[in-house]
Design a protein around this ligand. Structure first.
Ligand code: CA
Length: 326
C-alpha cells in the first residue's frame, strides 16, 4: 500500500517536473542570446557581450544610458551579430526621464539597419540609412500645428535615398500614422515591442505598468532584408533627457524557413508597399488673414457701399428736384 502511495507521489512529482521543464524550454526557445541585452550589463571591463557602443553611452549594472540629461549628447548601442531570421520580435525595455517638465528631448530610436555604429543626425545615427527605424520622438520640432501630441511613436523604412526631416518630425516619411505615447518620468519600466512576421510590421507599447501590450500600428507589405543589425540611439540638443535602455530581447519567429530563403532575403532592398511617397519639404503656408484685418476690410467695404448709396440717393433726389422745376 505504502509502495503504491510512494509510486503515485513520484509520478506526480515527475509530471510536475516535466511540465516546469517544458514551459522553461518553450519560453526560452526563441530568445536568441546573441541579439539580446539582458541585465546585469557590466561583465569584464566595459565590454557588453554581443554589443558595441559609441558616443556618450554609459554602462552600469542595471541600465545603459545612451545620453545623460545634459545638452548636446549622443549615444548608441549596436548588436554585432547580423540577424539571420526572416521573422522576429524584439522587446525593448527603456526609461526616459529628466528634470524638464515642459521642455525635454530629443528622443530615442530603435534600428534595424544595414550599417552599424554610424553616428549622425537622426537621433544620434546616420541619415539616408537602409532599413527600419522606430522612433520615440519626445520633442515636437514642428512650428505649425501637428495633428498629434508629443512624445510620438512612428516608424520609417528607408532604401538609403530618403532623409529624415526633423523640421516635420519625420511625418513626411513615416510608414503610417503613429501614436501618441506617454513614457517620460514614470517610476516603472516602459516597453516597446516590434514584431516583424510575414512582411507585417506591428508595433505595440506597454507604458502603464499593466503587463499588457497596446497596439500602436500594424502595416502590411513591409520588406526587410536579413543580415541587418539591431541598434538603439538617442540624442539631446538644447533640450535633454536621460535615455536609458534596461533590456533588449530578440525572439526568433521562424518556422519552415530554409537557409536558401534567408540567403535570398539578404539581397532585397528595404521597401514598404503601403508607403506614401515622401512629400517635398515645403515651408508652412503664410498665416491666413487675422481677424482684425478681416474686420477692417469689411468695414472699409461697408463704408464704400454706404458712400455709394448716399451719392446715389442724393443724385436721384437732385434729379427729381430738377424735374419738378420743369
Ligand atoms: Ca522631434
Amino acid at each position: 500500500m505504502q509502495y503504491i502511495y510512494l509510486k503515485c507521489v513520484f509520478l506526480v512529482l515527475f509530471i510536475f517536473g516535466a511540465l516546469i521543464a517544458g514551459s522553461a524550454v518553450s519560453s526560452n526557445e526563441y530568445l536568441k542570446r546573441e541579439h539580446s541585452l539582458i541585465r546585469p550589463f557590466q561583465g569584464v571591463g566595459v565590454n557588453i557581450q554581443y554589443w558595441d557602443f559609441l558616443g556618450h553611452t554609459m554602462i552600469t549594472n542595471n541600465y545603459i544610458r545612451l545620453t545623460p540629461d545634459l545638452q548636446s549628447k549622443s549615444g548608441a548601442l549596436w548588436n554585432y551579430s547580423p540577424v539571420l531570421s526572416r521573422n522576429w520580435e524584439v522587446q525593448v525595455t527603456f526609461r526616459v526621464h529628466g528634470k524638464g517638465t515642459e521642455l525635454f528631448g530629443d528622443g530615442l530610436a530603435i534600428w534595424y539597419a544595414k550599417e552599424r555604429m554610424q553616428p549622425g543626425p537622426v537621433f544620434g545615427s546616420k541619415d539616408h540609412f537602409l532599413g527600419l527605424v522606430v522612433i520615440l520622438d519626445t520633442y515636437s520640432n514642428h512650428n505649425g500645428p501637428h495633428n498629434h501630441q508629443h512624445p510620438y511613436l512612428s516608424a520609417m523604412v528607408n532604401n538609403g535615398t530618403w532623409s529624415y526631416d526633423h523640421d516635420r518630425d519625420g511625418t513626411h516619411t513615416q510608414l503610417c500614422e503613429g501614436c501618441e505615447v506617454r513614457f517620460r518620468n514614470v517610476d516603472f519600466d516602459t516597453h516597446v515591442s516590434i514584431r516583424y512576421e510575414n512582411d507585417i510590421l506591428s508595433v505595440a507599447t506597454d507604458l502603464e505598468n499593466k503587463g499588457e501590450w497596446k497596439s500602436c500600428f500594424v502595416v502590411n507589405g513591409v520588406e526587410l532584408p536579413t543580415g541587418y543589425y539591431f541598434g538603439m540611439s538617442a540624442t539631446t540638443g538644447d533640450l535633454s533627457d536621460n535615455h536609458d535602455i534596461l533590456a533588449f530581447r530578440f525572439y526568433d519567429l521562424d518556422s519552415n524557413v530554409t537557409p536558401d530563403d534567408i540567403l535570398a532575403r539578404s539581397k532585397i532592398i528595404p521597401n514598404a508597399k503601403s508607403y506614401e511617397p515622401p512629400r517635398a519639404h515645403k515651408d508652412d503656408p503664410k498665416p491666413s488673414m487675422s481677424n482684425a484685418k478681416i474686420f477692417f476690410i469689411l468695414l472699409f467695404g461697408m463704408l464704400i457701399v454706404i458712400a455709394v448709396a448716399i451719392f446715389a440717393i442724393s443724385y436721384f433726389k437732385e434729379k427729381n428736384n430738377r424735374k419738378r422745376f420743369y
